[in-house]
Design a protein around this ligand. Sequence first.
Ligand SMILES: C[S@@+](CC[C@H](N)C(=O)[O-])C[C@H]1O[C@@H](n2cnc3c(N)ncnc32)[C@H](O)[C@@H]1O
Length: 229
Amino acid sequence: MQIHIITVHTELLASPFEHSIMKRAQEKGLLEVHIHDLRNYGFGRHQQVDDYQFGGGAGMVMMAEPLVACIEKLQQELRFDEIIYLTPDGQRLNQGTANQLSMHQNLLLICGHYKGIDERVREHFVTMEISIGDYVLSGGELPAAVLVDAIGRLLPGVLGDETSALFDSFQDNLLAPPVYTRPAEFRGWKVPDVLMSGNFAKIEDWRHEQALQRTQQRRPDLLQNLDNQ
Ligand SMILES: C[S@@+](CC[C@H](N)C(=O)[O-])C[C@H]1O[C@@H](n2cnc3c(N)ncnc32)[C@H](O)[C@@H]1O
């Protein structure tokens, strides 16, 4: 899969993909992340990409021309399955959306700044708008990194154990059960006996029961989705 990201702060996007699972995904050739500096399409000596908003009011708006020049240049080289603008008023990112997006070949992400991007780009180029939560960040780079990570770890072959992602929270509308590692006893606190029993059927049942309980306590709304399936 190729993910292309348009940003005015390329340096903010360097580190998230240079470590751990995202790094491995790229080394294995399963994921390519390409960062594009919008300033290369900006105007004048200062490579301007923003301007005052019509109608007045505080805050600059990212101009349509540099963005469209960048998008169209990239479109000449690649057909994108989705052009995604990260924005607080987009659809809220969840596991289902990450699952769907992980099945695509090429995605283009647009990071906004200031007051956001000129509405005409949203109307005529953007095909999907995603929010990572009901709060406002100063730019789209962290949301883009979140989205790439959520998608990237789902690509077949990226995680060491293929089935690992299937048992994470939200995949089946349940939260994940508790997990333990060595030592079996720490400060007198013991790992539940069932996990040490070697009886995998029983362990499976226990994990499912724990997942249900935890979901009931913390996110009962998810169980409603389960009922509606
Ligand atoms: C300061 S915000 C703009 C907020 C916008 N004026 C509003 O009130 O909806 C600047 C940029 O950060 C990004 N951003 C901020 N919060 C976000 C969120 N919760 N999810 C996705 N992107 C977000 C978007 O790309 C946005 O264009």
